[in-house]
Write a protein that binds this ligand. Structure first.
Ligand SMILES: *[C@@H]1O[C@H](CO)[C@@H](O)[C@H](O)[C@H]1NC(C)=O
Ligand SMILES: *[C@@H]1O[C@H](CO)[C@@H](O)[C@H](O)[C@H]1NC(C)=O
Ligand SMILES: *[C@@H]1O[C@H](CO)[C@@H](O)[C@H](O)[C@H]1NC(C)=O
Length: 339
């Protein structure tokens, strides 16, 4: 027994393609990371090689490395210090086999850290069921960048360890969203990491236009002119009498400043710029939508959480969505509500 154990440990270290260090180095390189947050539980057996990994990374990685021991009380505070900066390309690495994982993940979810700003690399050890069930309960967004890694044995070459990769993404948990695990394949001697990184829309790609039409007040007249839900393209939106607002975020301003899309420019020049409420916060924007005759542009990853909280079922059924990039599939399970 003892000799088998020794052999296994030795084989793990000896096997080039399955060393965690090697994988991490490739990950950092592939994603052009310049800040690394290593969440660890170094005092536990499952994470003992963090010291060795970290020392080696100091040699090979030019960016900054921060270590946070997730088993210590000050973990929350330290995390708060490091998880704020959108400017840097930050990777966060975490071993799901550490003790207390559930509480750690809860914290990360609660703070909405599984968002587009961070590149997550999660090690799930050999326990796929545990890791997937833990992650399924998290607030994992549509635009989350998370690579989940398992160790498995190659059935063809017995005892040869390899890594198995999954992309993890989802819809917003609070809306009862689903977490999706997409298999990306295995490590090979040639490729430590899968070369295919799933393409997801960037922030500008996951916006949508929400238009509401009511049968009460103002919209009654509108309804006589055209039946509800007929404004289903950006062109029709631009030509409609609807007022329009956009969520007041720097990247939205940036989008309209840079876009060359003529219809987006038209919307901006004719609807948004002259509007007193052209750029408003999310709550206010949805409030305006609720009032009727208004289209509000927001991020679907969290916009709909507010929509669900602020609007009645009937009002939600009358929503019309227009995507800024219509070629992209957007998961908006509104149909369920309106059945
Ligand atoms: C992700 O979360 C961090 C920390 O709360 C925040 O600073 C950042 O702006 C968020 N990024 C996105 C794209 O929402
Ligand atoms: C929009 O955001 C900017 C920067 O955060 C702020 O200065 C401005 O007052 C905001 N405008 C509105 C209408 O909330
Ligand atoms: C949103 O904007 C409205 C109107 O400018 C303001 O009254 C409200 O306090 C803002 N809400 C938040 C959460 O910033």
């Amino acid at each position: 027994m003892k000799s088998l154990l020794t052999w296994m440990v030795f084989s793990l270290i000896a096997c080039g393609q399955c060393s965690r260090l090697h994988l991490i180095e490739h990950f950092l390189q592939q994603r052009s990371i310049n800040t690394l947050l290593l969440l660890h539980c170094v005092q536990e057996t499952v994470d003992q090689d963090v010291v060795r990994i970290s020392k080696a990374l100091r040699q090979s990685f030019r960016g900054s490395i921060y270590h946070i021991d997730v088993t210590k009380n000050h973990f929350h505070q330290q995390l708060g210090w490091h998880m704020y900066c959108e400017r840097y390309k930050t990777a966060v690495i975490y071993n799901l086999e550490c003790s207390g994982t559930e509480a750690v993940l809860d914290r990360l979810s609660e703070k909405a850290y599984f968002n587009a700003s961070f590149q997550w690399l999660m090690f799930g050890g050999q326990n796929m069921e545990l890791a997937t069930s833990l992650l399924s309960q998290q607030n994992i967004n549509y635009d989350t960048k998370m690579l989940l890694v398992f160790e498995s044995v190659d059935p063809e070459k017995q005892r040869e360890q390899r890594y198995e990769f999954y992309d993890v993404s989802g819809t917003v948990k609070r809306r009862g969203g689903k977490v999706i695990f997409t298999p990306l394949g295995f490590s090979t001697p040639e490729n430590v990491l899968p070369t295919i990184v799933p393409q997801k829309p960037d922030l500008k790609g996951i916006v949508l236009w929400t238009v509401v039409s009511f049968y009460s007040t103002f919209i009654v007249g509108y309804q006589l002119i055209s039946p509800p839900k007929t404004i289903n393209t950006l062109e029709k939106l631009a030509d409609s009498s609807l007022k329009m607002g956009v969520e007041n975020l720097s990247y939205q301003h940036d989008f309209f400043a840079r876009t060359t899309n003529p219809i987006a420019l038209k919307l901006y020049n004719e609807k948004i710029a002259p509007n007193k409420y052209g750029f408003v916060n999310l709550t206010f924007g949805i409030q305006l939508v609720k009032g009727g005759g208004y289209a509000f542009h927001c991020d679907t990853t969290y916009g709909y959480t507010h929509v669900l909280e602020m609007l009645t079922e009937q009002q939600i059924c009358e929503l019309q969505e227009i995507e800024l990039y219509p070629q992209r599939a957007i998961h908006v399970p509104m149909k369920d509500l309106c059945g």
